[in-house]
Design a binder for this molecule. Structure first.
Ligand code: NI
Length: 194
């Protein structure tokens, strides 16, 4: 296993449309996925898409930590999931705005509008199809990761660059933190931004 280099915003590989996986039994595929898992663990992220490690193929790995899932009370922790050829369908027109970060955009975070309730499906290494519903942070994480397969980074989804900044600064700036969650800075509830 090896830790792979992560492509950063500005590299053209991050803006390609990735190719679907057709040969699920290719041994190189499982090696790549093992390396992606090791790279994700090393980087301390929650999701990684193959183009982020310079492989323009439709592969995403992600998990939802229990502590993140508690934030929105709409999603639960999700074990590490390996998705080949994932597809997303929104189940409602409802959207929400919240902060995102990305291993390919290090040190920054920005507020992005995403669908609140989705259904997504994918193939596993055995060629079997799986399907899940997701809400809240879980839905956000899947949308963020799958965007990588279509050459999109979260800043390309942003509509308000006031809600963008260095992670350490934003974390100290409570009015901005609230704004990025679509909440009024008047809201005086520290629980909201923990
Ligand atoms: Ni990302």
């Amino acid at each position: 296993m090896s830790i792979l280099k992560i492509a950063k915003m500005g590299h053209p590989i991050l803006h390609q449309i990735s190719s679907p996986i057709t040969d699920f039994a290719n041994p190189k595929l499982s090696v790549l996925i093992e390396d992606m898992i090791e790279t994700l663990e090393d980087a301390g992220g929650i999701g990684l898409a193959a183009p982020q490690v310079y492989v323009p193929q439709r592969i995403v790995i992600f998990f939802v930590p229990e502590d993140r899932s508690d934030e929105d009370k709409e999603s639960f922790g999700v074990d590490l999931t390996i998705m080949l050829n994932p597809k997303i369908e929104s189940l409602s027109r409802r959207t929400n705005i919240d902060w995102e970060a990305c291993l390919s955009v290090p040190s920054f975070m920005g507020a992005v509008e995403r669908y609140s309730h989705i259904k997504y499906s994918w193939m596993d290494l055995g060629g079997n199809k799986h399907e899940r519903e997701a809400k809240g942070f879980h839905a956000r994480a899947v949308q963020h990761e799958c965007d990588h397969l279509d050459g999109k980074l979260y800043p390309m989804r942003m509509s308000n660059f006031e809600a963008f900044g260095f992670v350490d600064e934003v974390n100290k700036n409570r009015p901005l933190m609230l704004k990025g969650k679509g909440l009024s800075p008047d809201v005086d509830n520290l629980e909201e931004v923990k």
